[in-house]
Ligand binder design. Structure first.
Ligand SMILES: CC(C)(COP(=O)(O)OP(=O)(O)OC[C@H]1O[C@@H](n2cnc3c(N)ncnc32)[C@H](O)[C@@H]1OP(=O)(O)O)[C@@H](O)C(=O)NCCC(=O)NCCS
Length: 198
C-alpha cells in the first residue's frame, strides 16, 4: 500500500482497530464504550443506545439510530444503502440487516466484479426484530418495517410490512396483527414482566 493510500485510509484503519478492542468487552463498561464509538462513527445516534457484544457494521456513517434502541449480541448490519432505525426498536441476537446487494445480471462478468446496488431499510418506532432474522434490501424501493411490527425469529424478510403486523418465515409473510392478538387474549393470565438475561 502506498503512503498516500495508507494516509487516506488511516481514519478507517483507526476506526476498525478501535472497534476491535471494544467489540466484546463485557458489562456496562463495554456497552458504554460501544455507544461512544457509535456516537462517533454512525450517521447519528440518539440517547440510551444499548449495544451488546459481538456487533459488526459496515458503512456505519449511513446508519441513523433513534433513542432507546437495543441491539443484542452478534448482530451484523451493512448500512451502505442507508439504514434508519427509529426510537425503541429492538434487535434480538444474531439479526442481520443488509442494504447492499451484488449485481448479478451480467452473465459474462464474475459477480464480485459487477459492482453493487443499494436499497434503504427503514425500521419504524417500536418494531422488534427477533433472533437471527435477516432483513434484505430492495434496490427498487425502500424496505419499511412498520411501527411496532414484529419479525419472528429466523425470518428472512425482503418486503415492507405494515404497522403492528406479526411476520415470520422464509420468505417472511404477515401472519397477523398485534392489536388483534390483544383482543384475542382477554382470558390470558400472568404478567410475564420479570427481568431475565436475553
Ligand atoms: C414472532 C413470535 C413473537 C410470534 O409469537 P406468537 O404470535 O405467539 O406466535 P405463535 O407461537 O402463536 O405461533 C403461531 C404460528 O407461527 C409459527 N411460528 C412461530 N414463530 C415462528 C417463527 N419465528 N418462524 C416461523 N414460524 C413461526 C408457530 O409454529 C405457529 O404455527 P401454527 O399456526 O402452524 O401452529 C415468536 O414466534 C418469535 O419468533 N419469538 C422470537 C423469540 C426471540 O427471538 N427471542 C430473543 C429475544 S430478543
Amino acid at each position: 500500500m502506498s503512503l498516500k493510500r495508507f494516509l487516506w485510509r488511516l481514519p478507517k484503519i483507526i476506526r476498525n482497530w478501535h472497534w476491535f478492542f471494544i467489540q466484546n468487552l463485557p458489562n456496562k463498561t463495554g456497552k458504554w464504550l460501544r455507544a461512544r464509538w457509535a456516537k462517533k462513527y454512525f450517521g447519528s445516534v440518539g440517547k440510551n443506545l444499548n449495544l451488546h457484544e459481538g456487533f459488526a457494521i459496515q458503512n456505519p456513517d449511513q446508519c441513523f439510530v433513534g433513542e432507546n434502541v437495543i441491539i443484542a449480541r452478534g448482530c451484523h448490519f451493512n448500512a451502505g444503502g442507508g439504514l434508519i432505525i427509529k426510537d425503541y426498536v429492538g434487535f434480538g441476537p444474531g439479526v442481520k440487516v443488509w442494504t447492499v446487494n451484488h449485481k448479478i445480471d451480467n452473465l459474462d462478468v464474475p459477480i464480485p466484479l459487477q459492482g453493487s446496488e443499494y436499497g434503504k431499510v427503514i425500521i419504524e418506532e417500536g418494531a422488534w426484530i427477533a433472533a437471527n432474522a435477516i432483513i434484505l434490501p430492495n434496490p427498487k424501493r425502500d424496505i419499511v418495517i412498520g411501527k411496532g411490527a414484529v419479525i419472528g425469529a429466523g425470518s428472512v424478510l425482503a418486503k415492507s410490512v405494515p404497522p403492528y403486523s406479526i411476520c415470520m418465515g422464509n420468505p417472511a409473510r404477515v401472519i397477523g396483527f398485534r392489536d388483534k392478538l390483544k383482543k384475542d387474549q382477554t382470558s390470558q393470565t400472568g404478567s410475564g414482566t420479570e427481568e431475565k438475561e436475553e
